[in-house]
Design a protein around this ligand. Structure first.
Ligand SMILES: Nc1ncnc2c1ncn2[C@@H]1O[C@H](COP(=O)(O)OP(=O)(O)O)[C@@H](O)[C@H]1O
Ligand SMILES: [Mg+2]
Length: 225
């Protein structure tokens, strides 16, 4: 269970360019469910995902993962939770273009204690195989198609076997056929017990998930107004 309790995020607090990006957000996400976060550009979607993903700290409020209070953890403890529990498919997928698929997917293993160094190669290939891209392992990321790159980004998010997978607009740069293939991967992960949270502009993507949380000017609601 993921629980945000009155979470507020204010950028540039107290300055004249202050932005309230999340305003007392309360959300509960049941483990193993798949949810969409929808809202127009600038509404606070990425901010919310970054807080859930322990990539950013909130201004006020409480955040719990499986009844563990995350909001009061120190940055090294936060990093530990992030590495162990959370896989993040970032917007524009943030891969290292000049490196191979193998090196990109291996990277998160180096920041986690979950696998031993001698297991790295096997673990990377296992994840690539689960996404049908094992044949690409030597290729440089810059030479891949959009759909292949997104699979690599998902592989990198999965390599530490996280419980929670977060994705920021994972299909926005893809054609509809490739987008469907990527959504099939997320649904497959959910059927394997993962919790899936996807930020999207696309109602078609949201309709394939269990539930949609709407966000407007930092305010959360369960209905679209
Ligand atoms: N690092 C930042 N510094 C200042 N303002 C930010 C920062 N990140 C986001 N914002 C502002 O916070 C609001 C929400 O942004 P964001 O969460 O990125 O929205 P979305 O992902 O829905 O497009 C926007 O007004 C945005 O300009
Ligand atoms: Mg965003």
């Amino acid at each position: 269970m993921i629980k945000l309790d009155s979470v507020t995020k204010i950028y540039n607090k107290g300055k004249d360019n202050e932005v309230i990006a999340l305003d007392n957000a309360c959300v509960e996400i049941v483990s193993g469910s798949a949810i969409a976060i929808m809202g127009v550009s600038g509404s606070g979607k990425s901010t919310m995902l970054n807080i859930i993903g322990c990539l950013d700290v909130m201004t006020s409020g409480e955040y719990y993962i499986d009844d563990k209070k995350v909001s009061t953890l120190k940055s090294n403890e936060l990093a530990e939770i992030r590495n162990a529990k959370i896989g993040f498919v970032l917007q524009e997928n943030a891969l290292i273009n000049s490196e191979s698929v193998f090196e990109n997917v291996k990277l998160p293993l180096c920041f986690s204690k979950k696998y031993k160094i001698k297991e790295f190669k096997h673990r990377v290939m296992e994840v690539l195989e689960s996404l049908n891209i094992e044949g690409l392992y030597k290729r440089k990321v810059r030479d891949l198609s959009g759909g292949q790159r997104q699979r690599v980004a998902i592989a990198r998010a999965l390599v530490n076997d996280p419980d929670i997978i977060l994705a920021d607009e994972p299909t926005s740069a893809l054609d509809s056929k490739t987008a469907s293939e990527i959504m099939a991967i997320f649904k497959d992960l959910q059927s394997n017990g993962k919790t899936i949270i996807i930020v999207t502009h696309d109602k078609h993507v949201a309709d394939q998930l269990d539930r949609t949380v709407y966000i407007k000017d930092g305010l959360i609601s369960d209905t679209e107004e």
